[in-house]
Design a protein around this ligand. Structure first.
Ligand SMILES: [Fe+2]
Ligand SMILES: [Fe+2]
Length: 324
């Protein structure tokens, strides 16, 4: 008898959108003032709304079974930022509905007061607002969303407590007993490529404890973001995928997302889809304008739109050694 073809699954994985507004939400904490200063000086320019819109529109038209978001919708957890996020993500929520799986990042829990107001939970997460959540994606795969994001007074560190570990371990064991293949989605990196320095004030202090737990239960993949660079690592059987930022307009770390293929045998091809460097886009627009002028004897109308062909899709290769 012929073996039926493995239909597999496609996941789109994005994160670190960092929508921003200027404001304090009547919460003048030191960290909020710091965040505001950072926004005015740097972040505002690094995360233009036009870029987030382009990436979201690209995702909307990319066919996939599930859409996964690994945190940092906002920048300083303002109510207005969450409302913008809800509005911008509406087409994606409409399209994927319960197949849109999301967790918060540290910027969605920016201060104690903002976290207490539960904007993320009320405006965005819907039925997956409790963590960890577990979803059987198909007959083979289960995804578990965890939440390690807590408000910190000065740093961007997360927290993975002993209680969280004790709650997660039996769930992983139970799924493995059922013979399920597992994906865990969190916000923080657990391991880093050797080329990327680990900043202790930006990392998850208990990352090795979490990694060892995943390796012990033979989790196939861990999806995350937080550090705004796309990478693929493999260590002790666990594939670690960083989706990079969907909103950051950085010359080297381009805004985009990951397209992940799952087969019945494990993680398949992973593609990075990103917006080309703005300088390339501008060069191309000029070239097109010159060609138009030569052909029509007048400059093309300025539509304010980026030219087509602005996306770079490449296979994400495994990075070398992993460090923690
Ligand atoms: Fe981030
Ligand atoms: Fe983050």
């Amino acid at each position: 008898m012929m073996t039926p073809p493995d239909p597999g699954l496609t996941l789109l994985h994005f994160g670190d959108l960092h929508l921003w507004r200027i404001g304090l939400d009547a919460d003048p904490r030191f960290k909020r003032l710091l965040g505001l200063a950072n926004l005015l000086l740097r972040r505002g320019r690094l995360f233009p709304l036009s870029i987030a819109r382009l990436v979201l529109r690209r995702i909307e038209h990319d066919p996939a079974d599930y859409l996964c978001f690994s945190g940092d919708l906002t920048t300083t957890s303002l109510k207005a930022e969450f409302e913008d996020a809800r509005r911008l993500l509406l087409p994606l929520l409409d399209k994927w509905q319960a197949r849109f799986l999301a967790i918060p990042g540290n910027h969605d829990r920016y201060t104690v007061r903002a976290a207490g107001r539960r904007y993320y939970e009320t405006l965005f997460a819907g039925e997956h607002a409790r963590f960890p959540f577990e979803v059987d994606l198909d007959a083979v795969w289960t995804l578990i969303g965890i939440d390690c994001s807590v408000p910190r007074r000065f740093t961007s560190r997360g927290r993975f407590t002993r209680e969280a570990r004790d709650a997660l371990a039996p769930r992983l064991a139970e799924h493995r007993r059922r013979g399920r293949r597992l994906i865990v989605m969190g916000h923080y990196p657990l391991l880093y490529p050797a080329r990327v320095p680990v900043q202790l004030d930006h990392a998850l202090p208990e990352r090795m404890a979490l990694f060892e737990l995943l390796a012990e239960h033979r989790v196939d993949a861990y999806l995350h973001g937080h550090k705004h660079q796309r990478w693929r690592l493999k260590h002790e059987g666990v594939t670690l995928l960083n989706c990079g930022s969907a909103g950051m307009d950085h010359p080297r770390h381009r805004p985009g997302y990951l397209r992940i293929q799952l087969t019945h045998d494990g993680i398949g091809a992973v593609q990075s889809v990103s917006l080309r460097h703005r300088a390339d886009i501008v060069r191309e627009a000029r070239r097109e304008a010159r060609a138009h002028e030569a052909a029509h004897d007048h400059a093309p109308p300025d539509t304010g739109e980026l030219p087509a062909g602005e996306w770079v899709t490449r296979l994400l290769e495994e990075d070398g050694d992993a460090v923690h």
